[in-house]
Design a protein around this ligand. Structure first.
Ligand SMILES: [Fe+2]
Length: 335
């Protein structure tokens, strides 16, 4: 996929210097960190080119022009440590002493006006998490493995779900080709009949929680009965897992089959995230996947590291969940 903007090396360094000046750890006190990034904005230190490109992305999302964007040659930390894949979170906290990547993601979220979301029961409630191949999940269907991932949205089974996901390529080995697929919900709708859409809008489907969620909270087994299609074109769906609820009518299963066909036929965007790429896309108004197109060195491919954030569509969407904030931290919810 073509980037909406490629930073020049000078622009990248200029922005990195601003981000470096934040000087706080997002892992010690997120709100303090977020305020410090907000202060950078308030002082007028954000380079105009970056404010402009964030405004373009915000406008594209609001006008419906597009829900998937790439920025290239983004600022990263000077030192990107190798993480111990037995316990990458603890290892990151121990080794990572600068937070340029995190400040970049926070600044991006503030400028596109999409407040961040975190889950208290995973990664210490951190707002900046890692897409890495955790050893104990090898081969399993979770973003924290080195597996391919079928089309899905993140936290499909969870009552509070991100509207947008942003992935920043911290280390993406050049010789291995891992693609993130994205299908826009509007392109799925175009392949679904009125009747199938009506069936998908009924609460008659279930989605089991993934292995990573179950490991972090053993009470989580299966979602409540839910519709697959919500709003205009939000899909709540994890391929090969979301299914008709027990006792659902035949028409629900027909609609599920129609959706599977629509997913095969619909146009898709595929992007290979490179080191320094920001790939940001809708989590609910579309589905995404991970395809390992060509892995030439499996050990090298397992060193891939993406820094990730979840975000709400806007302040109003975040506010709808205000009664769920844990410890008074805006955006941090329980399971
Ligand atoms: Fe995902």
């Amino acid at each position: 996929m073509e980037p909406i903007y490629v930073l020049s090396d000078a622009e990248r360094e200029q922005l990195a210097a601003v981000l470096h000046s934040v000087g706080k750890s997002p892992y010690e006190d997120y709100e303090d960190f977020s305020r410090a990034v907000g202060d950078v904005v308030a002082r007028g230190e954000v380079p105009a080119f970056f404010a402009d490109v964030c405004a373009r992305i915000r406008d594209d999302r609001r006008s419906g022009a597009g829900d998937a964007h790439v920025l290239r040659n983004c600022p990263l930390d000077e030192e990107i440590p190798e993480l111990d894949l037995d316990d990458p979170v603890a290892d990151k906290h121990a080794k990572k002493k600068t937070f340029v990547g995190e400040a970049f993601l926070e600044l991006f979220a503030q400028l596109v006006e999409t407040p961040l979301l975190s889950y208290a029961t995973r990664f210490n409630g951190d707002f900046f998490t890692d897409v890495v191949a955790i050893n104990r999940y090898s081969g399993m269907q979770t973003g924290f493995s080195d597996s391919e991932l079928v089309y899905h949205n993140d936290r499909t089974a969870h009552p509070v779900r991100a509207d947008f996901i942003s992935l920043l390529g911290m280390r993406c080995p050049d010789g291995d080709f891992v693609y993130t697929g994205f299908v826009d919900g509007r392109d799925l709708l175009a392949h679904l009949s009125e009747e199938d859409q009506l069936q998908l809008r009924e609460a008659q489907f279930i989605t089991p929680f993934d292995v990573f969620s179950r490991d972090n909270n053993e009470d989580l087994t299966v979602s409540e009965v839910h519709p697959i299609l919500e709003n205009h074109h939000s899909f709540r769906y994890l391929d090969t897992c979301t299914t008709a609820a027990p006792g659902a009518p035949e028409s629900a299963k027909d609609a599920l089959l129609a959706l599977k066909n629509a997913m095969v036929r619909a146009d898709k965007t595929r992007h290979r995230i490179r080191t320094g790429d920001l790939f940001t896309f809708a989590n609910q108004d579309g589905l995404h996947s991970r395809d390992k197109m060509e892995i030439n060195d499996p050990a090298r491919a397992r060193r891939r590291w993406l820094l990730k954030t979840y975000a709400f569509r806007d302040a109003a969407a975040a506010e709808q969940h205000a009664d769920r904030w844990l410890d008074g931290v805006r955006g941090r919810v329980g399971d």
